[in-house]
Design a protein around this ligand. Structure first.
Ligand SMILES: [Zn+2]
Length: 209
């Protein structure tokens, strides 16, 4: 399906893959056009194409058109995805945990969310995906500078390290096209699928603050 950029309420990003089909990053349509014009796009799988209109050719007077696919595979170095750990940011961490405190199970506004280290940093805990969870300010304060086993709090879901496909979903949620989501979902790991936080939320009936 070919559409134009003005048909979208929010301008979508283009999912860039390497030539082996591993998701690499989100890029703007402008960057995608440059890749097309430099002949670096090797193949595409997106169902959607965004038609970009360029300048007029001096030779034949016709306008240049580039149909940018929503998913494109480009030339570049192939890096084994398993060895790539996505950057840990609060934005991605809160998205991983559904903007929900992993102790009380209540979904919160961003201003009330914090990053809690299961093993406190003062005790040698690292700032890595498997040692951090989203916590509301109240629960974080109650846990204090203690290990999980030294306080009475329990986690509603275990932390995990997202793979690159999961990470790209987390950092771009709300702007992902259907075919991009379908593609990324095929590469989600078992850790994410095993989590049942959303089921738990239903039973808790947490308010949306
Ligand atoms: Zn809480």
């Amino acid at each position: 399906m070919v559409t134009t950029i003005d048909k979208y309420q929010r301008v979508p990003r283009i999912l860039r893959l390497d030539v082996a089909g591993q998701p690499k990053s989100w890029i703007s349509w402008q960057t995608a056009v440059r890749l097309y014009t430099r002949d670096l796009v090797r193949w595409s799988v997106g169902e959607f194409k965004i038609r970009i209109r360029g300048g007029f050719s001096r030779l034949h007077g016709r306008q240049t058109l580039v149909d940018v696919s929503s998913i494109i595979a480009c030339e570049g170095r192939i890096v084994e995805t398993k060895k790539t750990t996505p950057t840990l940011t609060n934005h991605a961490l809160f998205a991983r945990d559904y903007h929900t405190c992993m102790y009380c199970g209540i979904r919160q506004n961003l201003v009330n969310l914090t990053c809690d280290h299961l093993i406190p940093r003062s005790m040698g805990g690292q700032h890595v995906w498997n040692n951090v969870v989203t916590a509301c300010k109240r629960c974080n304060q109650a846990k204090g500078n203690r290990r999980l086993e030294d306080c009475k709090q329990e986690l509603i879901a275990l932390p995990y390290t997202p793979n690159l496909a999961e990470y790209l979903t987390l950092i771009n949620s709300g702007r992902i096209l259907g075919d991009q989501m379908s593609f990324l979902e095929t590469q989600f790991g078992s850790s994410r699928q095993c989590r049942n936080v959303s089921n738990r939320l239903t039973s808790i009936q947490a308010p949306m603050l």
